[in-house]
Design a protein around this ligand. Structure first.
Ligand code: SF4
Ligand SMILES: [Zn+2]
Length: 123
């Protein structure tokens, strides 16, 4: 089996390991067959803009000088995605909170509408 060093505790671990058996660091960038290969375009290394390099969870031996990589995850894109998720969940949560807080008001409004409809239909 191929071994690599854990980016966190520097122990030797299996290159296919999902988490370090010593310090429990989740190693997100472990090898997987059959997924797209990302390639660096210019002189830059992929790792420089990779999420897994930034959060130190990559145990690929080619890090930090990867020119192509199957697990490259653009840092800016994942930041944007996180922000969107956070925004969406906070919006949903505040709508929920508002509905809960104003339940009786909404109920009153509903009753009023019903009364109006009845009044209109009987005249
Ligand atoms: S580009 Fe690949 S080798 Fe470099 S940090 Fe990201 S996942 Fe690891
Ligand atoms: Zn470790």
């Amino acid at each position: 089996m191929a071994t690599v060093t854990c980016p966190h505790c520097h122990q030797l671990v299996d290159s296919q390991a999902i988490a370090c058996p010593y310090c429990r660091t989740i190693l997100k960038a472990y090898g997987h067959p059959g997924i797209p290969l990302h390639r660096a375009t210019g002189d830059e290394y992929l790792c420089d803009s990779c999420t897994y390099h930034a959060d130190n969870t990559c145990n690929f031996p080619q890090r930090p000088y990867a020119k192509d990589c199957t697990l490259y995850e653009n840092l800016e894109e994942s930041k944007l995605r996180l922000q969107e998720q956070r925004y969406a969940s906070s919006f949903g949560a505040s709508v929920n909170r508002w509905v809960k807080r104003n339940q009786s008001l909404l109920l009153l409004l509903g009753l009023l509408v019903v009364c109006l409809l009845i009044a209109l239909s009987t005249t």
